[in-house]
Design a protein around this ligand. Sequence first.
Ligand SMILES: Nc1ncnc2c1ncn2[C@@H]1O[C@H](COP(=O)(O)OP(=O)(O)OP(=O)(O)O)[C@@H](O)[C@H]1O
Ligand SMILES: [Mg+2]
Length: 456
Amino acid sequence: MNIEEVKSTVKTQRISAHSHIKGLGLDENGVPIPIAAGLVGQENAREAAGIVVDMIKSKKMAGRAILMAGPPGTGKTAIALAIAQELGSKVPFCPMVGSEVFSSEIKKTEVLMENFRRAIGLRIKETKEVYEGEVTELTPVETENPMGGYGKTVSHVIIGLKTAKGTKQLKLDPSIHESLSKEKVEVGDVIYIEANSGAVKRQGRSDTFATEYDLEAEEYVPLPKGEVHKKKEVIQDVTLHDLDVANARPQGGQDILSMMGQLIKSKKTEITDKLRTEINKVVNSYIDQGIAELVPGVLFIDEIHMLDIETFTYLHQALESSIAPIVVFATNRGRCHVRGAEDIISPHGMPMDLLDRILIIRTLPYSKQEMTEILKLRAQTEGLSIDADGLTKLSEIGAQSTLRFAVQLLTPANLTAKVNGRSSISKEDITEVGSLFLDAKSSARLLSQHRDKFMK
Ligand SMILES: Nc1ncnc2c1ncn2[C@@H]1O[C@H](COP(=O)(O)OP(=O)(O)OP(=O)(O)O)[C@@H](O)[C@H]1O
Ligand SMILES: [Mg+2]
């Protein structure tokens, strides 16, 4: 199995509407602080989410599922993303939307399986041959570009490394120069270079450079002990999906095929069930030998009512497996049909047997005051200024329709404010855009008034 060059395949998150959320905002006893970490109100759901985070961290949750249920715009997606923030970057969090499973090219269950594996982490401990130390010298040596043309290229890099026991000067390949600049290595940093792969890892700044009055958030590390060239235990965090991808990639050295592979960047590679079984086998033996540790993360499936009976059954079965993440569902549906089984009406559009094994967290509609606070936060993160009257008007609109609609009015209102020569959004701007755009409820009212004039 190839674990040398595993690249992370973390999905980019749908957070643009939630960029103000930094965590669950709980105190040290797990009790929600009314306004903290970008979250306002919704105290019960946040406290419950905090308990879930604790259970995930103590690994008591794997293979279980949570459902966030509540009316639209009550912060279900927001709280799920806050859970991700609380878990930190070492625990995998894979967000997806129910409708993602419907693709004409890939099987529904395949999409689910891929995301399942993105949500299961593996922490691998390996002993590697490394060069480690504080950088005392870093000089790229340049020569004329051998291809002709202007400019110079780096022919090699001279780097000096110092430990408590000695110093060493290394002459390195130019490709390592790139990794050095990618990690932003400077003289005075403590780094290690893997002897086999040439991968560079910056560990922090040497603590001999620490001053008493440092404002920067820099991590200081002690000067490494031992020799510069040594064996070291290296920890790598990957997901099962990372391993699938790394091992599915066509292998080989500098042949034409791999050159092509570099040219066609977004080349799709096939991950087969056979490959997965193979990888699971290796992973299990790594776990038995104590080289690797399983880190069950979170699979977040938003808009769960979009899934159909087939995918629900598959999910139910996958949750039973020994390697399973924690699944967090979210939906704003009450009782409705389960897709693909139109004769079954069930709470939240989910089959009863699956619903039975799930813990449900409720989110409730916001008070006007809470809405005002959330809108204030949103305006701040978008860099908009809004006066007190504007804010009141906007939260009134939010109370009549939904919070999401009110949040969405902020940007157009800012535009009309600019057109009218104002630097901050006022009540008039809100009224103006409020009359130009409709929310779902008023649009439905319009629809029923003019039903006969719409296309059938
Ligand atoms: N308690 C809160 N504190 C701060 N911001 C919030 C809070 N609740 C919701 N928001 C913000 O309000 C907007 C709507 O919330 P969100 O998208 O989480 O609702 P939802 O419950 O997922 O709705 P839907 O059912 O329509 O998916 C988002 O921009 C979100 O970040
Ligand atoms: Mg949502």
